[in-house]
Design a protein around this ligand. Structure first.
Ligand code: GDP
Length: 460
């Protein structure tokens, strides 16, 4: 299946914990010499004689000097993360000590690990399939309940199971077709076309479902650009503060974020709403009309969702209808929020805007109906509830491959509609199996693997 990757026989070493000072740091060794190398630095015991999955306390020495007192965790292959012999050295978290230990292991024959190389080995040794290996990176990067859940679900094999079922179906299908080819001389219609057709139809439904889930997956993984726009004094800053007080997200770095254009991030129901800087809209002499200004529109178009906030006491129903028309014309995913209902009272305001559907009336200042606003925001970016039990595609590579699978299957279907001979049909089926294999890593090449794993952090 896979050619041996260069340096696959080496014993690799890396710090697995975050860089910098910490109470404890973990240095991880994996490979055929993990035990020998550790043994040469750990005089207290002969590690070869110790049971797997045990802990050992003692001094770690190099060149006759004690570097630190450490705990070694032993994992005898194949019962380890990588499938190889693995030893984890837990030491005190000084960067100096970490460096000394790394140097000592390198002196003793280890090599520094490349990013993701531990997980890459786990994949090559069949501990994980490729989708599971990739989800390890997602899990490490997850910063909300939803992104954590989907990564976890995938790492534990949810997506792989679904693909496996799909693959089985397609293999059944191609076996039936090929069986029919074997019997073609005898002019028997061995493979029931109706059944084959039903199989492909079912498979395409599953695929469409998976492909569609990518939109949601993307929202979950990367968050969604959100713009709060409206005239000056509509209450945008007030609303922003109200939302931020309750939902300010703790974020370090979210993939795909251009940091300087993002002001704040709200975490609502596990979805990251990244508030894009619409300062232009707030500062300029921005009337509704000026939303039509090119630059502002570009900002708004970047957004996955736009909250249009207006002062219900200022604007008329006609103003809002015009605004709706403008948003609709540009295909913008918008939400209408009528603010300051506390002044005239909600009933009067509802009457004023009667006939315009889907306005959310609220008071940013009095915190009225803010929860509804949040619920509506979530519904604007994901269809229905997030069911993290469902398989959700979050990876662009998987998404692209699934589209190829779908396309091949659609060709199979079209072929059947046009009475294409079985041998031609089976070519398309093989193509779809090939792309499925690319997702799980059954079909892959070294460059592709190196690329995928290079995006990992070192030590994972
Ligand atoms: P921005 O220009 O859109 O950012 O508007 P601001 O948030 O600065 O608000 C403009 C004015 O409206 C401020 O004096 C706010 O206190 C006031 N304001 C905002 N929301 C409400 C509300 O729900 N009710 C009332 N009565 N006043 C509000």
């Amino acid at each position: 299946m896979l050619g041996k990757l260069t340096g696959f026989d080496d014993t690799i070493v890396a710090v697995a914990t975050a860089p910098g000072i910490g109470a404890i740091a973990v240095i991880r060794l994996s490979g055929p010499k993990a035990y020998d190398i550790s043994n040469s630095l750990f005089p207290a015991k002969n590690l070869h004689q110790q049971a797997s999955h045990t802990l050992h306390f003692g001094a770690l020495t190099a060149g006759g000097k004690v570097i630190d007192e450490v705990v070694l965790s032993l994992y005898k292959g194949p019962r380890s993360y990588t499938g190889e012999d693995v030893i984890e050295i837990s030491c005190h978290g000084s960067p100096y000590i970490q460096q000394q230990i790394i140097d000592a292991t390198v002196q003793a024959g280890a090599r520094l690990a490349k990013p993701g190389e531990f997980t890459q080995r786990a994949f090559l040794n069949g501990k994980l399939d490729l989708t599971q290996a990739e989800s390890v990176a997602d899990l490490i990067a997850s910063n909300s309940a939803a992104s954590h859940q989907t990564a976890m679900q995938q790492m534990r094999g949810g997506f792989s199971r679904e693909l496996h079922a799909l693959r089985e179906q397609l293999i059944t299908f191609s076996a039936l077709i090929e069986l029919e080819l074997d019997f073609s001389q005898e002019d028997v219609e061995f493979a029931d076309r109706t059944r084959l057709y039903a199989l492909v139809t079912e498979a395409t439904t599953v695929l469409r479902h998976l492909i569609e889930s990518f939109r949601m997956g993307n929202v979950i993984k990367n968050g969604v650009n959100t713009a709060i726009v409206g005239k000056p004094n509509a209450g945008k800053s007030t609303l922003l503060n109200t939302l931020l007080n309750e939902n300010r997200a703790i974020v370090s770095d979210i993939a795909g974020t251009t940091r300087d254009t993002i002001e704040e991030v709200l975490n609502i129901d596990g979805i990251m709403f990244r508030l894009i800087d619409t300062a232009g809209i707030r500062e300029s002499n921005d009337t509704i009309e000026s939303i039509g200004v090119q630059k502002t529109m570009e900002k708004i178009k970047e957004a996955g969702v736009v909250v249009y906030l207006f002062d219900v006491n200022e604007l008329t129903a006609t103003d809002i209808r015009n605004q709706i028309a403008a948003f609709e014309a540009d295909g913008i995913n918008y939400l209408l929020a009528g603010n300051k209902t506390d002044i005239a009272g909600e009933a009067a305001i509802r009457a004023k805007f009667e006939g315009i559907p889907d306005i959310l009336f609220l008071s940013a200042k009095k915190h009225d109906h803010i929860q509804e606003l949040k619920d509506t925001l979530v519904h604007k970016v994901i269809a229905g509830d997030i069911n993290t039990e469902d398989t959700i595609i979050t990876n662009a590579r998987h998404h692209a491959a699934l589209q190829e699978v779908l396309q091949s299957l659609q060709e199979v279907k079209a072929g059947m509609d046009n009475g294409l001979p079985g041998d031609l049909l089976s070519l398309d089926i093989r193509r779809s199996l090939h792309y499925l294999g690319e997702i799980t890593g059954e079909v892959t090449n070294e460059d592709r693997l190196d690329y995928i794993f290079s995006k990992f952090c070192i030590g994972k």
